[in-house]
Design a protein around this ligand. Sequence first.
Ligand SMILES: [Zn+2]
Length: 254
Amino acid sequence: MNQKLNISAIIADLVAANRILAIEKVVDAFGHVSVRHPEYPDCYIIARAISPELVTPEDFMEVAFDGEVPGGDVRKAYLERFIHGAIYEARPDVQSIVHNHSKGLIPYSVTSEKLRPIVHSCATIGAHIPVWDAHTMFGDSNLLISTLEMGRDFARTLGQNNSALMRGHGCTVIGRSIREAVYTAIYLEVNAELQMQASRFSPITFLSDGEIRIISERLANAKPNEGYDRAWEYWCRHAGVEYRTRESVQSGQK
Ligand SMILES: [Zn+2]
């Protein structure tokens, strides 16, 4: 495989991910998406500090897990990049991460009401969605994860789950691919909206742990152009970006 071409293919998918998350209103001026670096084991790829909808291929940079930017790149990195490094460090299974401040989640981050999968398409958000509270370990702060210590504390709260909320701030979701992370980020917001509506008619019947597992496995094992790929194709069209098959990304075609 031509690694150089493969990185350009991955970056094209990251551009698409940024546009999709903006068009689907999961991110606004803030929020970011990253992918584990395919060549350097302690690095990931993420845009410079810029609003996701404005991202172009030239905006991407390599960032080390500890938050340092190698290679003399002086462009400003996202303040909250420590979220990404700490999770990649703790979770070898994670290939992509989305962090955002989408509105529907916030009520579940500041109350005792638990966000849980309510509809089949939202199963990948996971059976348990922990809430991290910056105040527990760090006292009064601006609530943003601005140090590696905060990032690692958040990664511990995330544990082996697919998503976690940050109290009064937002959420972070992981994926075994960019497409999975984007899918879960979009459907986490969908689930929050539906759960809020259903709460007027409680009690709510949530998905069982077994249903969550069966649906998640079906999506993870879907054939090319099905499952996450089908959703990705739809979102690419919606966001006005070119759809590229999973095979073309993996084989390094631009
Ligand atoms: Zn944030």
